[in-house]
Design a protein around this ligand. Sequence first.
Ligand code: FES
Length: 56
Amino acid sequence: MDRLICLCKGVRENTIKDLINKIDFPSLEIIQENTNAATNCGRCINAIETLIKQKA
Ligand code: FES
């Protein structure tokens, strides 16, 4: 399911997953730079870090 992960910036789970899968060493910073997710309130940071860990 394509959840909305970052409510502030309207970034969906599949957008973040696609990016994580495209890069060798994904990090929160790379995701912030490329999608704008997690650049406002920070409430979505844990969910994004979980997605990153699922790849590792
Ligand atoms: S929900 Fe992602 S920065 Fe607020």
